[in-house]
Design a protein. Sequence first.
Length: 112
Amino acid sequence: MIFFGQGERVVAYGEVEKHRCPRCCEERLFQPQLRYKYGHIYALFGWVYSKRYELACGECGHGWVLDKKAEEAKLDKLPIPSHLQYGFMVFLVALISLAIIGAGYNGVAFLP
């Protein structure tokens, strides 16, 4: 049985900024954050299928969507766990490796 699923996470990064919140109608601290959606197989092999950078009010959560390229240029490393960034590629490599090994035992030679 294959267990798979999906989820959404919000990760805060960077320095807080002071702005006037249109919903609160007051001066508030705004936190830059990355909101991403991901899928996974067996909770180990994952992939990210949606990323959005936001500047959100610390009180109500209202905010603005930020430019993806500009925000990624500011970051040294994406704040997404590596098993979600590269997990699906690892899963495919492992699956292909097992298929090649399994085919080798059936008398099929891939290498001369």
